[in-house]
Design a protein around this ligand. Structure first.
Ligand code: NDP
Ligand code: MG
Ligand code: MG
Length: 334
């Protein structure tokens, strides 16, 4: 069973007298910086000149400096800019700024695990990865609660890396909920596998294939949209609140019997065999290599695939149907 740390296992005092730089003020960055500040930690936000977030962070009452300046002054540096831009920013501004005994932190393990960032040996390297988007990390903290997180140590120079990382986790509210010990490798590989196989990749293909099958058989695209896509939220909400059995418990007996007997024909052994292949590509570093090269080449496949997703016929139907649903706020993708 996983080792889980709570408030009593973490000591905020360890951060006293230390300067913490939160690099980036996006989803995670704003939540970490504000929670740290309200926990009494000396925090500075690191951004680039002309950054949109700079003004936002200042309006929120935070001190903002360039990444270079913030990193130089910091004892603890948390990297909360997009994973794809981290290596360049790290090389340019952070690497040089790291002094003996500093701690470099991440909220996702990709760049360390796949060696896109190679920190000097004389610093601690840790991860505190909240298992929620930033706005929930922030809201739960404000409500006196917290969100669960993962903690990992990649490099323990000081001999106190885990304790210091746990102090950080406490300062952003995560030990109130529970912080699960993991490794950079486990966090990175499971994160990639989840988003490729069911969360993003799998669920998008499942919806499209379900919808296409109905439309190709002559059913109206609008009616098929409700069944293939719209109702998925009801099902996922039930699973999220209570687990898969709670979903079965809540749907009709016909849905139960049909789903239990047919579902296994959709996600069958050959699908699982493909899942194992995808996992191997992640574990071997093949996927990471492909994605890094794709970025270096200016993202040709990525852009083409995204364009295809944008132009899939289900998107047109969805745009019209969602206008009939006044409770939906919509998401601006332009
Ligand atoms: P965001 O995409 O929200 O980060 C955007 C922020 O980074 C903005 O403040 C942006 O400034 C700034 N930024 C972009 N480029 C640069 C640059 N070159 N130099 C300095 N600042 C820059 O990131 P997330 O919060 O989504 O992710 C941060 C980390 O947290 C990642 O490692 C991610 O994997 C991890 N994570 C994310 C979760 C999430 O819910 N999003 C959950 C758990 C972990 P501006 O807008 O002004 O350009
Ligand atoms: Mg991910
Ligand atoms: Mg139905």
């Amino acid at each position: 069973m996983a080792k889980i740390y709570y408030d009593g296992d973490a000591d905020l005092e360890l951060l006293k007298g230390k300067n913490v730089a939160v690099i980036g003020y996006g989803s995670q960055g704003h939540a970490h910086a504000l929670n740290l500040k309200e926990s009494g930690v000396d925090v500075v936000v690191g951004l680039y000149e002309g950054s949109k977030s700079w003004k936002v962070a200042e309006k929120d009452g935070l001190v903002v400096k360039t990444v270079e300046k913030a990193s130089e002054e910091a004892d603890v540096i948390m990297m909360l800019i997009p994973d794809t831009v981290q290596p360049a920013v790290y090389k340019k501004y952070v690497h040089e700024a790291l002094e003996e005994g500093n701690m470099l932190m991440f909220a996702h393990g990709f760049n360390i695990h796949y060696q896109q960032i190679i920190p000097p040996s004389y610093v601690d390297v840790t991860m505190v990865a909240p298992k929620s988007p930033g706005h929930i990390v922030r809201r739960m903290y404000q409500e006196g609660k917290g969100v669960p997180a993962l903690v990992a140590v990649h490099q323990d120079y000081s001999g106190k890396a885990l304790d210091l990382a746990l102090a950080y986790a406490k300062a952003i509210g995560c030990t109130r909920a529970g912080v699960i010990e993991t490794t950079f490798r486990e966090e990175t590989e499971t994160d990639l596998f989840g988003e490729q196989v069911d969360l993003c990749g799998g669920v998008a293909e499942l919806i499209k294939a379900t919808w296409e099958t109905m439309v190709e058989a002559g059913y109206q695209p609008e009616v098929a949209y409700f069944e293939a896509l719209h109702e998925l939220k009801l099902i996922v909400d039930l699973i999220y609140e209570g687990g898969i059995y709670a979903m079965w418990y809540s749907v009709s007996d016909t849905a139960k019997y049909g789903g239990m007997t047919r579902g296994k024909r959709i996600i069958n052994e050959s699908v699982k065999e493909e899942m194992r292949k995808i996992l191997k590509e992640i574990q071997s570093g093949e996927f990471a290599r492909e994605w890094i090269l794709e970025n270096m080449a200016g993202r040709p496949s990525y852009s083409r695939l995204l364009e295809m997703e944008k132009n899939h016929p289900i998107e047109e139907v969805g745009k019209e149907l969602r206008k009939m649903m006044p409770w939906l706020k919509g998401i601006d993708t332009e």
